[in-house]
Design a protein around this ligand. Structure first.
Ligand SMILES: Nc1ncnc2c1ncn2[C@@H]1O[C@H](COP(=O)(O)OP(=O)(O)OP(=O)(O)O)[C@@H](O)[C@H]1O
Ligand SMILES: [Mg+2]
Length: 506
């Protein structure tokens, strides 16, 4: 029998207070897509960093083509043909795609100095392959959208001619079209014999892509599924260790407030469409806002939260008009927003979990700045338990938590407080399936308490699963409103893409 292209046996890795990996094993064959799944903090990214030479394992062995190998650093792994596309993107923001793609390896690839024109030409080719415009070749990467940055990272991996490409949650910020393009790229790589390790929390992707699934739980192997065995239930059981009762826990027919808690009348804002936007959300309701990435959902929410100047119209909370010029005004009126890019806007990475739990209050209201009350501690510990945040303690630095656990920290805090209106922008991106249903349960609880919950989401399944009503945005404008009874993926997608027929049919 031929040996796997890449194999790791008995890998161990400890960090202060955390056993990230406890004798895990994994292998991937040429021409195979291996999906690696597991709860947030299960050790997926840590093992990938070991394979890519970023970390040294405390114990364990690696084999390439059956031969033992050791990587002292990323350059060793790269030379051996292993390329990692990080979960947290890893590009120099002030440089263009070409400079990023060739950064630090001009000699490695071509045995001498490269002319700029030549680098640009090669870069254009790879940009086109991943579906990006070749014109982006010199645009500073910092100016690109998150999805475009991700594709530049993928272009870089392709240009390395890697034999093993590791993708750590590559589609988390891609649009549907970009995602489809990536799937095609992956199909092509597989056909050409490249081995791919693919990490994701999206079950649908695994069914589409994976030839085999390896599951981690708490730093250990918890099982493996062959292609024919890949089902949602089987993966969840191996990941969480139990069945999840309700994927979408929600109370039917919650009591709605007589007056809308949030009413938006003809609101216009800087960067928005010319016509105003109008809609209402009642207390007790979870309203999903769907639309394509770039439809303007975040911008609208930012305007109402005081992050973007409102240029016309009226905002009413509990029937009273309010003026919003600054997030402070919104918070004072009881409107809060958990932002989409929590790494940028929601977290202080170098501070503790406990500090960040307290953040929604502190930075906005600047009250009790240094007071860490017993209540805060209790809430913090409760959230850690409910959302299964994997952290050694409340005092752990947030930046050291795994990607999904960072998400849980900020989100949990917003959900633990009672407001009038809560805007959740992509609340479950990067969050594992178990914690997802806890987040939904917290949303449902808030709605039961009379809060108006406004959930912006690109995850159609969750929009259909949790919303009492769905608003669809298309090019900044409301393209339609759908009651729960009339919801289907098709109808939402038609509205989101601006299909005229369905607008007429509505
Ligand atoms: N540099 C570090 N210092 C301390 N702890 C760390 C460090 N890197 C990772 N950890 C911890 O190791 C564990 C595994 O983290 P890892 O990032 O591998 O999880 P993951 O499976 O990728 O999770 P996610 O789905 O959230 O991305 C976590 O408890 C994490 O907090
Ligand atoms: Mg990770």
């Amino acid at each position: 029998m031929t040996s796997p292209l890449l194999e790791v046996r008995g890998a161990c890795k400890r960090f202060p207070g955390v056993v990230a990996l406890d004798t895990v094993s994994l292998h991937v064959n040429a021409g195979e897509v291996l999906a690696l799944v597991g709860e947030n903090g299960a050790g997926k990214s840590t093992l990938m960093k070991i394979l890519a030479g970023v970390y040294q394992p405390d114990d364990g062995q690696m084999f390439l083509d059956g031969q033992p190998v050791k990587f002292a650093g990323v350059n060793d792994a790269m030379a051996a043909g292993i390329s990692l596309i990080h979960q947290e993107l890893n590009l120099a923001e002030n440089l263009g795609a070409a400079a990023n793609i060739f950064l630090g390896r001009e000699k490695l690839a071509f045995g001498g100095l490269l002319k700029n024109a030549e680098m640009a030409e090669i870069t254009r080719e790879f940009l086109t392959r991943v579906g990006l415009s070749a014109d982006l070749v010199h645009v500073p990467v910092g100016r690109l959208a998150p999805g475009q940055k991700q594709l530049v990272e993928i272009a870089r991996a392709l240009s390395l001619k890697a034999r093993v490409i590791i993708m750590d949650e590559p589609t988390s910020s891609l649009t549907q079209r970009e995602t489809d393009r990536l799937y095609e790229v992956i199909d092509g790589l597989r056909a050409s014999g490249v081995a791919i390790i693919y990490i994701t929390h999206r079950m649908a992707e695994i069914k589409r892509l994976a030839d085999r699934v390896t599951v981690f739980r708490d730093g250990k192997n918890s099982g493996e599924l062959a292609k024919a065995e890949i089902t949602h239930g089987a993966m969840v059981r191996l990941m969480v260790g139990r069945d999840l009762k309700h994927a979408y826990p929600r109370t039917e027919n919650r009591t709605k407030t007589p007056v809308p808690v949030l009413e938006v009348r003809n609101v216009r804002y800087r960067g928005g469409p010319v016509e105003g936007v109008s809609f209402k959300i009642f207390g007790g309701e979870i309203v999903g806002m769907a639309g394509l990435v770039g439809a303007g959902r975040t911008e609208l929410a930012e305007a109402l939260f005081g992050l973007r100047p409102i240029t016309g119209g009226e905002v009413l909370i509990d029937g009273h008009p309010i003026a919003i010029h600054h997030p402070k005004d919104a918070v004072k009126a009881g409107l809060l927003m958990a932002p989409e890019d929590r790494r940028l806007n929601g977290l202080v990475l170098e501070k503790s979990v406990g500090f960040n739990f307290s953040l929604p209050n502190m930075d906005l209201l600047s009250r009790n700045l240094l007071v860490k009350t017993r209540e805060e501690r209790t809430t913090g510990l409760d959230l850690i338990q409910r959302l299964r945040v994997k952290t050694p303690s409340l005092s752990q630095v947030v930046g050291l938590l795994s990607g999904g656990n960072q998400q849980k920290v900020v989100l949990g805090k917003w959900l633990a407080r009672k407001h009038r209106v809560l805007i959740l922008d992509e609340p479950t991106r990067g969050v594992d399936v178990g914690a997802r249903s806890e987040i939904y349960a917290l949303m449902d609880q808030l709605a039961l308490e009379g809060v108006a919950v406004w959930m912006i989401s690109s995850d159609l399944e969750e929009v259909l699963g949790m919303s009492d009503r769905v608003l669809v945005l298309h090019e900044g404008k409301l393209a339609g409103e759908l009651p729960r009874a009339g919801l289907s993926e098709q109808v939402v997608m038609n509205l989101a893409t601006g299909s005229k027929e369905d607008l007429a049919a509505k």
